[in-house]
Design a protein around this ligand. Sequence first.
Ligand SMILES: [Zn+2]
Length: 116
Amino acid sequence: MGSDRSGMAEEQAPRQKSVRVWTAIDPEDLKQHTLYVDDLYGFCSNCRQMNLNYTKDRSCPGCGTTFKYLATKLKAPGDVGKILARLKKESLTLKLIDRDDLEKASAQDQLNKLFG
Ligand SMILES: [Zn+2]
């Protein structure tokens, strides 16, 4: 807005907080359309293609799947907030999910297969 805020571009608006939202998702959908990231770079859940950039790679150059979800192990509200701010800035519609939640859900799936 006129003044030079370029250094602040990735900062979250101070009043915004990061919260986790529960949602029901088809596990097959997750398996095929998730980009796993630790920072800006990650890998494709479908074919394990590495070094994908979630702000640039909207689909996987390896297998062509489109990404709907971004899974991260980051927990610190500041780290998560940065990802959310970046998604917003780039107008990306990726849903940010917790990787531990994802792993728990697929472990549950395996158990159900064994005992179901
Ligand atoms: Zn892929």
